[in-house]
Design a protein around this ligand. Structure first.
Ligand SMILES: C[S@@+](CC[C@H](N)C(=O)[O-])C[C@H]1O[C@@H](n2cnc3c(N)ncnc32)[C@H](O)[C@@H]1O
Length: 231
């Protein structure tokens, strides 16, 4: 196999973003007013109808599932659960990565809308994975990272066992700080070894190029009240 030489995340940041606490505070105070895109509303309704046909099986969300390999792996690893993988890229979702297990569903949707619809629809995932989200490493793009985004309280409010993985330690540290500010939950940021049990293509390529991999796992209560109320 050719050696993989994926670049490490390059950023002017050497520590969590200095604006983190202020931005999380704003997300807790002001409702996110972005209207829900029609395509995501339709995708959510279809996903919700599928979920309702499997109410006996606890839900796993694979947020930003890319080509859906992790959705397939998780569905096989947790056969008593249903797994919904969500990604906005039709191109990635359409790539052929083998048959989709019967307990898995891939959905094309924008998470910024989908998470809010899921919360409003009473979804309570047992597990929630965010595997290698886009790092947006430029300091000026902090607000595009999930811990700096106004949708962050909705992610925490959904509850369940949340697992974030990234090859950029600072991203995971920022997520941990945001979780503490939003939900008062303290979690460790740990380096981990995937061995050969890769959950996603990004995990495999960063590991094969010798990069350390980071994660956090948080057990979150379902708390829809975390979302600020529209006044
Ligand atoms: C770096 S890739 C990681 C994909 C996969 N989890 C993996 O580890 O191989 C990040 C993924 O998040 C998706 N994504 C980013 N922002 C999104 C959004 N707002 N809504 C849905 N998907 C999004 C991208 O399309 C992309 O597939």
């Amino acid at each position: 196999m050719m050696p993989d030489t994926s670049r490490r995340v390059l950023s002017a940041q050497t520590a969590p973003h200095q604006d983190l606490s202020r931005r999380v505070g704003r997300a807790l105070q002001y409702p996110l007013r972005k209207p829900v895109a029609e395509h995501t509303r339709i995708a959510f309704e279809q996903a919700d109808a599928w979920r309702c046909r499997h109410l006996e099986s606890p839900l796993i969300i694979d947020a930003g599932c890319g080509v859906g390999l992790s959705t397939r792996h998780l569905a096989r690893r947790f056969p008593d659960n249903i797994v919904i993988g969500i990604d906005r890229s039709a191109d990635r979702l359409s790539r052929d990565h083998g048959e989709l297990p019967a307990n898995a569903l891939l959905v094309r949707a924008d998470l910024i809308d989908f998470w809010r619809l899921a919360l409003a629809g009473g979804w309570q995932p047992q597990r929630h994975y965010l595997l290698y989200p886009n790092p947006y490493p430029k300091p000026g793009h902090f607000k595009m990272r999930w811990p700096g985004h106004p949708v962050f309280p909705a992610i925490a409010a959904l509850g369940g066992q949340l697992e974030l993985r990234s090859n950029w330690k600072i991203y995971v540290q920022e997520f941990a700080l945001a979780l503490y500010q939003v939900a008062g939950i303290e979690v460790d940021v740990e380096e981990y070894q995937p061995e050969n049990d890769f959950l996603t293509p990004f995990e495999a390529k960063y590991h094969r190029s010798g990069q350390p991999l980071w994660r956090l796992v948080a057990t979150l209560p379902y708390r829809p009240g975390l979302l600020p109320i529209d006044r």
